[in-house]
Design a protein. Structure first.
Length: 117
């Protein structure tokens, strides 16, 4: 069974940092482009950032460019989201997604990030 498990969320003061992790099942990780999405209270889920399966390229939403960095460790089947200079608007549940080369998408259950001012 394919699983993605996020961790690292929590409560942080504005301007602070957090690092999220997403551990993925071995059978899909190396063949999947990985992404982070987030969903704020009362809003639709939005894309945050994506990294290619070899880690060679990343894309990020304008709202997080320069503050958030996505990386992956293929040896640990894990991706990370380093979040710096956090703002209250970054408060959301953060989800990890794997897009397998077959076209299948797999989602984690999310981890809550709360930024207070």
């Amino acid at each position: 069974q394919v699983q993605l498990v996020e961790s690292g969320g929590g409560l942080v003061h504005a301007g602070g940092s957090l690092r999220l992790s997403c551990a993925a099942s071995i059978i899909i990780f190396s063949s999947s482009e990985m992404s982070w999405y987030r969903q704020a209270p009362g809003k639709e889920r939005e894309w945050v950032t994506t990294i290619t399966n070899d880690g060679g390229n990343t894309l990020a939403a304008d709202s997080v460019k320069g503050r958030f960095t996505m990386s992956r460790d293929n040896a640990k089947y894990t991706v990370y989201l380093q979040m710096n200079s956090l703002k209250p608007d970054d408060t959301a549940v953060y989800y990890c997604k794997a897009r397998h080369y077959t076209g299948m998408d797999y989602w984690g259950k999310g981890t809550l990030v709360t930024v207070f001012s």
